[in-house]
Design a protein around this ligand. Structure first.
Ligand SMILES: *Cc1c(COP(=O)(O)O)cnc(C)c1O
Length: 378
């Protein structure tokens, strides 16, 4: 197992507020580890892996992987070779799968970092086999996503060609596992069982975060959650079974009173229906606050907590700033230099997403690099 660096190496910074900071992303690594244990428990006898693609859903690959390794995770999934190489630096002995599969010509790089591709076509199986020495691979079957994966009707051919490699996993991916009663889930499981039957004794994996909670319990031998580890709700039809991991705070840069009818922001999309107290905070779309959270006259959208009170976004989200109507917030909290919360226990990623017309995955993965990042609970 890799060397776990002491927590002090995880770039802790001062609490709010270092006077130079305007946006702080706090990542709670103990919540991340606890979420992994929660999923492992639900999965019963199946192994619990972790998907850490896209910089661990925007929260930081190395600190997230270290916390997951400490919690007991041994199998990781990344999207591409570059992510795999970064993951290998953190976890010298872990099993690391590359979901992209085999990009033409990338075999040497995969092998050098001991990465296992999730092969998604007969051609990929052949190209991987051609490297010799029966290299390890996952075989990804397409049960309905139609992005990639070996079609089920080619399962026999895949099994035949796989004699020249060492399959370590057969896998597939759900189209809509967050919809508990979607009949497609059952059809995908049946298709997968067909393909899997040709790979006796090879471990199987089908469940992303939401699928872990499906009534069919399609856990097989290994689950591969991502989103739920990072605090996203895998069961939108029920209470969230995991804890928030990301907390996002921004600083108030300016406060003013405006008269009724006064417009705020680009294109004057919002005008004050009555006298209002407004505050400008130091985050914008360059930091990952979606433009979709823009509030126009007659349409509310994003919200932030100011002194514990929800305050609506007003006007267009701009590159570096969002303006809030803080008329209802406590005066002492709605002051220049104070901090407001955009994500946390009260405003979860699902809520922030639905207020912006997007999904929680996009909220997490677009959290910008301009924030100061603090890792706690390591
Ligand atoms: C991203 C991904 C996952 C993880 O999905 P979550 O919904 O984030 O849990 C699992 N498997 C595959 C193939 C993926 O691409």
């Amino acid at each position: 197992m890799g060397i776990i660096e002491p927590a002090v190496r995880l770039r802790p910074r001062t609490e709010p507020s270092d006077p130079a900071e305007t946006g702080v992303l706090t990542v709670d690594l103990s919540a991340l580890a606890e979420n992994w244990r929660t999923l492992a428990r639900v999965a019963g006898d199946a192994e619990c892996g972790a998907v850490v693609k896209a910089d661990a859903y925007g929260l930081g690959l190395a600190p997230a992987m270290r916390a997951l390794l400490l919690a007991g995770c041994r199998t990781f999934f990344v999207a591409n070779v570059l992510e795999g190489e970064a993951a290998r630096m953190v976890a010298p002995d872990a099993t690391i799968y590359v979901l992209d599969g085999l990009v033409p010509g990338a075999a040497r790089r995969l092998m050098a970092a001991d990465l296992i591709p999730a092969l998604g076509s007969l051609g990929e199986i052949d190209e991987w086999a051609a490297t010799g020495r029966r290299p390890k691979a996952a075989i990804h079957f397409d049960t309905g996503m139609n992005r990639f994966g070996v079609p089920i009707h080619e399962a026999a051919q895949a099994a035949d060609r796989a004699r020249h490699i060492t399959p370590t996993l057969v896998m597939s991916h759900f189209v809509s596992s967050q919809m508990r009663d979607e009949p497609r889930n059952e059809r995908q499981i049946e298709a997968f069982l067909d393909a899997r039957a040709r790979f006796a004794n090879i471990p199987a994996s089908m469940s992303n975060s939401s699928a872990v909670f499906l009534p069919q319990r399609p856990h097989f031998d290994l689950i591969r959650p991502g989103y739920a580890l990072y605090g996203g709700n895998p069961t939108p039809y029920a209470e969230c079974p995991v804890r928030p991991v990301a907390r996002l705070k921004a600083r108030i840069l300016s406060v003013r009173e405006i008269e009724p009818g006064v417009c705020v922001g680009y294109d004057a999309l919002w005008s004050a229906p009555k006298r209002a107290r407004i505050a400008t905070i130091g985050v914008g779309y360059a930091d990952g606050v979606p433009v979709g959270a823009t509030a126009c006259d007659g349409k509310t959208a994003g919200e932030a907590l100011v002194g514990g009170v929800r305050c609506p976004f007003i006007g267009r989200v701009s590159m570096d700033y969002v303006v809030l109507d803080v008329s209802k917030a406590p005066k002492d909290a709605a002051q220049r230099g104070e901090w407001v919360e955009l994500l946390g226990d009260e405003i979860c990623v699902e809520e922030a997403a639905s207020r912006a017309g997007t999904i929680g995955y996009e909220i997490l993965t677009r959290l910008g690099m301009r924030f100061s990042r603090r890792y706690i609970g390591a």
